[in-house]
Every structure is written in C-alpha cells, then in structure tokens.
Design a protein around this ligand. Sequence first.
Ligand code: IPT
Length: 954
Amino acid sequence: MSYHQEISSGTGGLPPRAHLTSDAPVLDLSGTWRFRLSGTAAAPEDFAEPAFDDSAWEALPVPSHWPLHGHGAPIYTNTRFPIPVDPPHVPTDNPTGDHRRSFDLPADWPGGPAVLRFEGIESCGRIWLNGTELGITFGSRLPVEFPVGELLRESGNVLAVRVHQWSAATYVEDQDMWWLPGIFREVTLRSRPTGGLDDVRVRADFDHATGLGTLLVETDVPATVDCPELGLAGAPTGEPVTVSVEPWTAETPRLYQVAVSTASERVELKAGFRTVAITGGVLTVNGRRILLRGVNRHEFDPDRGRALTEETMRLDLDLMKRHNVNAVRTSHYPPHPRFLELCDEYGFWVVDECDFETHGFEENGWRRNPTDDPAWREPLVDRARRMVARDRNHPSVIMWSLGNECGVGDNIGHMAEAVRALDGSRPLHYEGDRTSRHTDVYSRMYADHAEVERIGLGTEDRLDDPGLDARRRAMPFILCEYGHAMGNGPGGLSEYQRLFERFERCQGGFIWEWIDHGIRTRTADGREFFGYGGDFGEELHDGNFVCDGLLFPDRTPSPGLVEYKKVIEPVRITDGGGGSVLVANGHDFADLSHLAFVWTHEVDGEEIASGTLTCPTVAAGERVGLPMPVVAAPATGEAWWTVRAVLAKDTEWAPAGHEVAWGQWPARPAVRASPAVVATAVEPATGGHRLGTAAFGENGDLTAFAGLAVVPPRLDLWRAPTDNDDDGWGIRLAKRWRHNGLHRVGHRLVGVDAESSALVVRTRVAPAAVDFGLLTTYRWSAEGDRLRLDVTVDPDGDWPVPLPRLGIRLGLPGALTAVEWFGGGPGEAYADSRAAARVARHTATIDELQTPYVYPQENGARIDVRHLILRDGDGRGLRVDGDPAFMFSARRWTSEELAAARHPTDLVPGEHVWLNLDHAQQGLGSNSCGPAVLPRHVLEAGPAAFGLVFSPVG
Ligand code: IPT
C-alpha cells in the first residue's frame, strides 16, 4: 500500500517546537515554483531528481492551492466525504500536484545544520531535497521540519514536493469547507546554529491577588533571558522569576518584549502575563469572569482560499475589533502562526482548535471512526502535540480545543492527556462528547435559548453516569457555535446575550461563522460573482452552506455583523430617568477612559443640539448615572436623545471617533399626529372612480396617483425565502409556505362600494387548493392631494402556517430611485434582528437598499418607518406616512424574481420599483442550522389593521 494511504504521523520530521523569531538566518522559499498536476497518485517520481527537466511544467505561486490557479477545481462538501468512506484508502483518481523549485544559498549563509520548515500542506506531502527523500508529512494545518544541513549546496538546490489531494489524513480532516489541496502556507529554510535554541517555551502567569507576574522560560540548552522593561538582564532560563507587571487581557493586551539567548542564537518574543482558571464553575482570567463575544474563524480569502496574507489576517482582526468581537475559535484547525501573534497584540481570547474532524463518519453510523480506532491513536496525539508545541507561548490562547465533530472515542482521551502533559495552564475544550468526559468546559453548538436557560439554571438534562453528570454540572458553559449566520440572519442574538448576562455560568460563545467562503468567479459574459458548492462542477456538494458568515466573501460586513456588534457592545447606554443617562461598563477588565460620550438631541430627525458628556472613571462591571443637558427644543415633533460611546483616541484598529456603543431613547412621550384624512368625495370616472388625484379601475384597483402610474397595490404575503426560512434542520418553513401556496395567492373581488367619502374594496385573498384565506378590505379616502389607505385583514378558516409577511406591494415608475425615510436604519432590520436600527432620518438609493447575499433572498427591509419618500432625478415622487409605523423594502425586481435567482448576477432590474409596505414580517431565526424564530417573533395569521397615507412630493 502506498504511503499516502497509511495511517501515520508522517516520517522524517523533527520533534515539534514553537514558531520562533530568531536571529539565525532564514530563507523564504515562497515564490514561483514549477508545477505539474497528475490525475493519480502513481505518476512517475523521477521529478525528484535534480536533473529532471521541468521546463514543460507550469508556473505556480507557493503558498497556494492549485485548484484556485486553473489546475482542477475546488470542491465543497459540509460533512459528507467527497470520496467513498473506506479508510484509510482513497480513490485511484487522486489529483496529485508535483511542485519543484531550485534555490541558491545566500552568500552569507553560515553552513552547518539547517531545517526545512513547511507551515501547511493539504492533504499530505512527500518531500525531497537534491534527490534525497526527507520524509512524509500529514496534518494539513500543522507545521513540520526536516533536517537538511548535510544535503545543502551553495547553489542549484532542488526542492521537490509531491502533494496528494486525498490521503488517509483526509478521514480526519473533514472540516466544513472547500477541499483545497496545495502547499498553502510558507516554506522556509532555517539555519540551526550549533548550541542554538531549538525550542523556547514561555509561561507567564499573573497573580491577581498580589499583582505579580511569574515568568518561566524553558529551553533545551542553558540560555539567558533579557527583558529591560522588567529589569531582567541575563537571567538564567529554567528558573521562574517573579516580577511586578501589568497583566495581559484581551481588553488590555500588555506585552513585554523578551529576548532569549545562547552564544549562538537569539530569539525574540512577546510575553503576556495572564492566568486562566476555572474557579467555582466559572472560567476566569486573572481572577475575573470573562464573557466570550466570539466568532468561529476559518481562514478564507475569495481569491486565495486558505493561503492568507498578513494583510488579510490584520483586516480580519481590525474588523473584529471594530465590531466588538473579543474572541476567536480557530475553527477547525490551528491558524497561520502569524495570526496568533497578531491576536496577542490586538487582544483576543483564542480557542485554538486541533486539525481534526471526522464528521463524515456520522453519515455511516460512526462506523470505523478514527476517533475510536487504536490505529489512529498516535497520529491524532501527534496532531495535538504539534498544535500545543507550536502555539503555547501565546497569551491570547486561553483554551485548547481537541477538534470538531469527531464523535466519541478513546483517542479524545489520549489527545487530552498529551495536551495536559505539554501544557497544564489552559482548560480543554471538545464539544463532540456531550459528557464532557475529557474536557474542562461544557460546550454545545446551536443549543436553543430554552436549553441555554436550563443550563444557566443548572436544570439541564442528566447524564446517565452520575459522576460525569456532577462533573459537567460544575463546569462553565460556552456555545462553541451558535447564531448560524447563513444568508439573512441570524435572528435571536439579543435573547442569547441576555442569557449570557443573566447566568454567570453561561460565558458566551462563538457565532458560526466569521466569513462566507464564496470563491470569486465570473459569468460567461464576464460579470463577477461568488461561487459556492456546485458552481465548480462538483457531483456531490452542499450548495451555499459554505456561505454562512458575518462577512461577505469580499469582507464587507453583513447586516448580521452590524447586529452582532450592537448586541455585544461592551457599554450599555440607557435612559436613566429624570433627565439622566445610565452608562454601564460591560467590559471585564477595562474602564471607560478610552471612550468619549457624544450626545445629540433630534426632533423629527433634525439635530437640535449636540455635545459631549463628561464621564468619570467607571471600572469594569460598574455603572454610573449622568445628567443629560437641558435643551431648548420645538414643542412638537418626535424628540430623541442619542448617546454614542466613541474611541477617544486612535487605536491600532480604528481611528478616534469610531463608535463602540450607543443608546437612544425618546426625550418625551411621542405624540404622533394621526395622519387621518377624510374630506374628499368619491367621483365616478370613465371606467372606474376618482378620489382627489387618484384614479381607480372599476374593480377598485388604484392605477394612478398624483400623476404617477402605479401597478395596483395588493395584499402581499410572500417573501423570497431566506436560508433560515428554507434550509432548516427541522421546520423547513419555506417548504410549508410553498406547499400552502403563499407564493401564489389569488385575489377575489367581493365588492366595491363607492361611499360618499371613501372607496371600499372588499376581497378574499387565498391560494389555490386550500380552504383558508384572508378577508381583506381596502378603504381609500382622500383630502386634497393626500390619499389614505386603510387595510383590514381577517383570517377566514384555519391557517396552518405563519405568514412570511403581511403588507401591500405596489409597482412604481423605475425612475424613483432616491429614498429617504424617518425611522429605523441605516441598515436592514427584522423583528428579531433589529438591535442596530436607530431612529433617524436616513437616505439611500434603491440599489443601496439591497443586501447582496451570496445566495439571493429576502433582504433590505427597514423597520419602524414613520414616513418614506421616493424621488426621481428631478426630486418628484411620492411620500408614504404610516399609521402605525411600517416596514418597507424597495427593489428593482419582484420577490418572485429574487426567489428564483441563484446568484446576484441573475437579478436584472425591470421597469418598476417594487415597493413593499409591510405591517409586519416573520422574524429570521437561525434555523438553517439552529433554532427557529422565537415564538414572539413569529407572524401568525390573525386580524390586523393598518393605515398608509400617500402624498406627492416635488
Ligand atoms: C456544525 C459544524 O461544526 C460546523 O463546522 C459547520 O459545519 C456548521 O455545523 C454548519 O455550518 S455541525 C452541525 C451539523 C451541527
């Protein structure tokens, strides 16, 4: 059997060690390599010979994934393996990439020992230098080093690497992501001075009771430690030193520059002093409970796959900081080593996860699962050791995770033991074994709110084993995945946050997931879009389930991220009553001195006054009430206070003025003048009726208003299903909507009555094939050039499903593209995802109102709208006032066209602007992989009444 189908930890590699910054020479072997793709693993191996002629091969950048450079194609499956499950065998058709490059040593290269280091090769690599085989590596996202000193020549070295897409390792690397083979992280040659520092292990603890830090630096050879800031000069390694320090936390990432030296080598690193502990069932850092406001981060770039640049890593961290995210689970493999250095610097709590997932065995009843197979014990323990050895010096790493979705089995226990032997300073995480037998925290994914509440109360279901039950009941709880951010959503985040704030044990979690993995591609006629499963000719795939992030593939924040930012804001600003504001500091460590508090007073969306509040020092977890200023505001109109907490100074990740948190409350009870209109008489007109400037057909359809031709308004119940409506685990709401015909309701006219001052149109709105419907009355009245519509809805028969939406839809001339509204904004909002919408006057174009979900679906609704104005280029158009406030969406295609589209490029603007004026919409939930819409955000069919007043503008 060939090596790549062996269950193995690899061959030829050196013991694992940290990723160190040393003054020993390093040669970066990134760049343009020669490349040949073969369809099978058995292609000739003669290319490893230095004399081999590779001039007919193609050029390929390294690091890279070859399918993203025109060789083969990416494949997306979630849990199912794209190959038969027959471990450790893989198909004969096994895309195999041979890579070659030659290099010369720099003139000042010292000679002597050296290692070749590979940071990541998917899925396995066989490596030769100058014709000599160095070994084989498995563990795609883990480093390996081979000793090569004696093989090096001054010039004309030839490095040859054979990479197979499929190998035995495939069976333990079934993470939900694109299958992307290649040498996708850096390759370096590192000189290893005799008497140098092969490994450096740093432990920097902080005792919150004494304020003292303990630094322990361990090396394999005697060495010295320097840290001028701590007064350390030439201190011997291997002995703990106690020093007075400022601690490291994710909120205050204080690092100390430490140098470790022998006569022949000097290593520089940054130490952060902190102690992670579980005390009284609570996860603490430096003695304080922490709250994880996290995201699951896969490494992804729409052009480069998992071969990320530092710039992209920084952008991820900038965006996380700007959106109040404080924690990262490195789902589901150790990230690029540079990423953890950046996490130390920026300040993040990191759960570092091993490169291990066997999810596809679940499909096969977990038979032959590597997790429980003794043959896999060593290779899996090797993966755990390599992660810890590489990453243990990072203060940001506060927990080790053994892997994701690997089922249960003894090897989890063996891995846990190996991790604890290397590093006893961090708790262990693994979600896949519900008993938490081998871990220190209780973790679940996608538990609904009710279950999280039970866990908070300590009334979760019992485990059969009383010992394990008692142990787990005493553990802190985290949601390692929740809030599945696929498409429009997730809804229900605020409700989770309230549970994390209410129960000490519930310490937050990690949204699934950070970014949509859409691959940038083009239509036949050259228009760009982001491809998902099935777009690259895969015969087995999981469609757009790979696009379930808070960022779009190009890293534009989605409305879900804007919502999450508001939900997890570390400062709560609320009405303190009696003309005051309450500022509550929700940080775990930091006070509020880095923030400025800016207020505005607005009436009907116009700013009347603004200024800055003076806020005293507020320690973490404390609150303060501050008096609001007295302003002279007009006596009428809707008045609001808004207080925003903004950065007082520039930071590494955002400029001064960046908004961190905000609060808003009415400055006085809202007295909204009822926009009722009554006076104008209904007149007969040719072929129908007239009411002021409005023309109606005989059937009561509005056809024109104030000189604008309209496609008649009709009750509308349908929305283009969201991923959370459609893809559900359980309730598959959109299928029930379709089954019941909500996407094709008909309108039967019951009667048109021209009363003296109102035109009353009675209808029954119902789909074919079912006996339930909605009795719907449109009552039109007018005064001057204003036209009022009152809609009343009464269910007839028993409705078996909630409604997607309840409102009216009308078509308007396509020239009305400028939009202004007073109400919630600026972004889209739905019943259960509306924390980020603030009351103000907002403007946008119709195109800007659209949210470009990778898979088209309902989007772009604005909530709590008091009035809406649509204008053409000359400023003429239409105003709509709500009685009560309404939701609207406006787009240049219909909901039906939106639902039929597979990519945004399928959407072609038509001649109308389609305007939905909704009394309500069903919430979003996160049922694509999580709970359905919470009951209070479900839109049941029930009696309803709402009014809208139309008037011309311009
Ligand atoms: C869960 C996986 O852990 C994660 O990797 C991702 O696949 C997510 O689902 C869905 O996007 S597993 C799920 C079956 C609970």
